[in-house]
Design a protein around this ligand. Structure first.
Ligand SMILES: [Zn+2]
Length: 172
């Protein structure tokens, strides 16, 4: 388990983003409403069904869960086992596996990249009405996390095809 919110496999802005999300310093509708900003609705603009909290926006919204399901499958992980972790554990990038510090860092980097891209892209979707399908999302997460981790990891060479096809080898 990595206690720190710094992970040198990914850019600092991603760690800062996660830090803000953990403290609810985040412009989701529920938080804006609590601060007295007058809103038409606090419902999630993606599913129009639940209150838009940080947890909902980044994880449990059915539209977002479709992306997580693909991301977890890419790592060979049964997504239902992730339901047992608290949202804060997920945001900290904790893994359900016992693994080395290196592996924990790789996993955290991938999780944080996913949270970051989900926020960035779904935000754009809401404001620009652009579409970001779960498959495109998975591809973006694979490419961006690879570029960040492979470039910054000095101790091990990370091959793109391994990252894409069999990333669980980095969790051994
Ligand atoms: Zn939703």
């Amino acid at each position: 388990m990595l206690a720190t919110l710094r992970n040198n496999f990914i850019p600092l802005k991603v760690g800062v983003f996660v830090w803000r999300a953990r403290r609810n310093r985040f412009p989701v509708l529920f938080e804006l409403d609590k601060r007295g900003i007058d809103l038409h609705s606090v419902l999630c603009p993606l599913c129009d069904n639940s209150i838009e909290t940080v947890e909902h926006t980044l994880f449990s919204c059915p539209k977002v869960w479709e992306i997580w399901d693909k991301v977890l499958k890419w790592w060979g992980i049964n997504s239902s086992s992730y339901g047992r972790l608290s949202f804060d554990s997920l945001l900290r990038g904790e893994s359900t596996l016992q693994c080395s510090i290196f592996s924990a860092k790789v996993w955290q980097a991938m999780m944080w990249t996913s949270f970051y891209l989900i926020w960035k892209n779904l935000n754009q979707k809401v404001f620009n009405n652009s579409s970001w399908s779960p498959l495109v999302a998975l591809n973006d997460i694979q490419v961006e996390s690879y570029e960040w981790v492979a470039e910054r990891c000095k101790t091990k060479k990370i091959e793109w095809l391994d990252w894409l096809q069999n990333p669980s080898i980095f969790l051994l």
